[in-house]
Write a protein that binds this ligand. Structure first.
Ligand code: NAD
Length: 267
């Protein structure tokens, strides 16, 4: 049995993750955490998630929630995740990180702490998106510099970070496949007389609205033809199931930084 604690327990993803743990074999919820002062502290985590009371009360103390846990699943925000991974490193617990929007400095901090404990860090835990990552690498490498690459992503109007962590990862993969540095070639903004598109740039556009769970399209645009590789998420459940699968997988790994490609055996 692998015991799991969940941070952001009352959040959009937290509830789906608690439900996915409830439905998984060999995994059990051992703790649930919300931010200090949250109105649902002290409530039953299963009832809040809608999968039935399980006797685990939502707590404001990560240390208390980790007491009986082997792995933490954290879908919160980068600042919160950095504080949480430090606690996991101190207590020798593994962590699955779903939070997105890390700066390069924050990511370096995660990499440093992953030398002490097993960590899965993935901006998108869906099997379909991770398969797209693999396909995108092959397509970009095959088309080389003859096709312009542009990325468009759509999300709900409550999303705080832009572009999505998934879109940035897609940009990094296709840039890397043709020998470019994504951070040097990403173009987030075109307005007015900004001139012709440069050969190397990768356009990155975001759309925000309503309740869109998450959609990503990478365009490979050539002379007279175009390839579009799209992924559309219809519900948050596949992210939750991916995170729970990663927690089960991580239980058997040594210290190090892993991603969903490792978890799914796609490397
Ligand atoms: P949300 O705002 O609904 O949930 C976040 C929760 O974290 C909130 O309930 C908030 O109260 C809680 N929180 C804040 N500070 C905390 C603390 N110190 N301790 C414990 N809990 C704390 O957001 P969401 O839609 O669930 O998304 C959360 C994160 O997951 C975002 O970064 C989002 O981009 C990311 N996400 C990742 C994937 C993936 O597959 N990796 C999928 C969807 C969302």
């Amino acid at each position: 049995m692998i015991n799991i604690a969940v941070t952001g327990a009352a959040g959009r993803m937290g509830g789906r993750i608690i439900t996915a743990i409830h439905e998984a074999e060999g995994l059990e919820l051992a703790g649930a955490v919300e931010r200090e002062g949250h109105g649902l502290i002290g409530q039953d985590a299963g009832s809040v998630a809608g999968c039935g009371a399980n006797g685990i009360k939502i707590s404001a103390s990560l240390e208390e929630a980790l007491k009986d846990a082997d792995v933490l699943i954290d879908f919160t925000f980068p600042e919160v995740t950095l504080a949480n991974i430090a606690v996991c490193a101190e207590l020798g617990k593994s962590i699955v990180i779903g939070s997105t929007g890390f700066t390069p400095e924050q990511r370096a901090e995660v990499e440093k702490l992953a030398k002490q404990i097993p960590v899965v860090l993935a901006p998108n835990m869906s099997v379909g998106v991770n398969l797209c990552f693999k396909i995108l690498k092959d397509v970009a490498a095959t088309l080389g510099n003859d096709f312009d690459m542009e990325i468009v992503e759509l999300h709900h109007n409550k999303k705080k970070d832009s572009p999505s962590g998934t879109a940035v990862r897609m940009g990094e993969i296709v840039a890397d496949a043709v020998g470019r540095d994504y951070n040097q070639v990403a173009n987030y903004h075109r307005q007015g007389m900004c001139g012709e598109r440069s050969k190397a740039e990768i356009g990155m556009q975001t759309v925000r609205g309503g309740d869109i769970v998450g959609e990503h399209t990478v365009y490979f645009i050539g002379m007279g033809e175009r390839i579009e590789i799209s992924h559309r998420a219809m519900s948050r459940d596949m992210f939750a199931r991916g995170a729970v699968r990663a927690a089960g997988w991580l239980g058997k790994q040594g210290a190090g930084l892993y991603d969903m490609q490792d978890v799914l055996g796609l490397k």
